[in-house]
Design a protein around this ligand. Structure first.
Ligand code: NAD
Length: 238
């Protein structure tokens, strides 16, 4: 299968760790020119920093073929934690806003910044990191699950708006993938998820990286507006 990714200019947000780092390596194996946008140099929540980073990519490479909106954070808390007739804690505004800013607004800012370059060049691909929790919600993840549902909405909206410019937009919904982010979750919650996963294990970053590479490639040239689950079947197991 010819993936036709050689010399393609691929931006990966949050590409310094976890799934993003493995995705950067996979695109490099295919001969792509990979640019990582990660902290502290590029904060996806800051539109001026993203604009400068985008200008820099255009100055160095002349175009942007693929944007992988992978950067994301978790800040879990229950909406209202209740014990013995009292409120013990709530999800505070800062906790809510921080996750919305990175996982949702950051995706919006990066896409808005690169799309004009893709239109000028005659096309491109945008890939958004969703999650299985964006499909079915999750205990303690009011903020995170909302962002992951939100990027599915971005994906469908942008695929409608941008198809006429030959820009494809797709989302990947990983299940539980063994990265630093996931290690922040309580082991009990992880064990419960593995128990519900038909393939009986957590995923590896390569599993998700391979999905991004395929979706970015010419092999997926008629795929847009899709949400690809890479989850060992956890959604059907839930
Ligand atoms: P990770 O914590 O290992 O890596 C996230 C990367 O994003 C880090 O390099 C971090 O520095 C970067 N980042 C955070 N805030 C940023 C900002 N403001 N600007 C730029 N970069 C920033 O996470 P991961 O597990 O590799 O997850 C990657 C993506 O996949 C996330 O969007 C996550 O929500 C999603 N996802 C992960 C899993 C999983 O099981 N690991 C499951 C579903 C979805």
């Amino acid at each position: 299968m010819d993936l036709n990714l050689k010399d393609k200019v691929v931006i990966i947000t949050g590409g310094a760790a976890g799934i993003g780092r493995t995705t950067a390596q996979r695109f490099e194996q295919e001969g792509a020119r990979v640019v990582v946008w990660d902290l502290p140099a590029v904060d996806v929540t800051k539109s001026d920093a993203v604009q400068r980073a985008s200008d820099d990519v255009i100055a160095r490479h002349g175009r942007i073929d693929v944007l992988v909106n992978n950067a994301g954070i978790l800040r879990d808390a229950q909406l209202v934690k209740w014990k013995d007739g009292n409120v013990v804690s709530t999800m505070d505004d800062a906790t809510f806003d921080s996750v919305i800013n990175v996982n949702l607004k950051g995706v919006f800012i990066c896409a808005r910044t690169v799309v004009p370059h893709m239109i000028k060049a005659g096309g491109g691909v945008i890939l958004n990191a969703s999650s299985v929790v964006g499909l079915y919600g999750n205990f303690g993840q009011t903020n995170y699950a909302a962002t992951k549902a939100g990027v599915i909405s971005f994906t469908k909206t942008w695929s409608r708006e941008l198809g006429k410019y030959n820009i494809r937009v797709n989302a990947v919904a990983p299940g539980f993938i063994a990265t630093e982010m996931i290690k922040q979750m309580p082991p009990k919650a992880l064990d419960a998820m593995v128990a519900k996963t038909p393939l009986g294990r957590m995923g590896e970053p390569e599993d998700v990286a391979n999905a991004y590479v395929w979706l970015a490639s010419d092999a997926a040239k008629f795929v847009t507006g899709a949400v690809l689950s890479v989850d060992g079947g956890v959604v059907v197991g839930t």
